[in-house]
Design a protein around this ligand. Sequence first.
Ligand code: AMP
Length: 114
Amino acid sequence: MSECLFCAIGTGDIPADIVFSDDAIVAFRDISPQAPVHVLVIPRAHHANAAELAAADPALAAALLETTGRVARQEGIAETGYRVVTNTGEGAGQSVQHIHFHVLGGRALAWPPG
Ligand code: AMP
């Protein structure tokens, strides 16, 4: 099994509550939701963060962003508003070193985030 948690979710070795998947992307519910809707969107391929993904595979980066919109529509938060967040590095709170977009919604979201 991969040592990377999200690679293992991508292969199905670790189960997740999947809301969308295709051959390159998986979207699943965050195990510790910070909002009524909190979904993570990841590529199956390993890239550490958004900048590295965009440099290595811009088409996949675009597909990932497109999927955040799909998830928002599917979860019923596209009209009310939602936030797409990706943390990069320790100082920003990145705890899993495999690019993931958080899709958050279903409640009022404060700005700026902490
Ligand atoms: P970040 O801190 O930005 O790297 O986000 C990592 C996210 O992954 C956190 O919101 C965690 O709650 C979430 N997470 C960790 N393990 C799992 C898991 N097994 N299934 C779903 N979400 C997870």
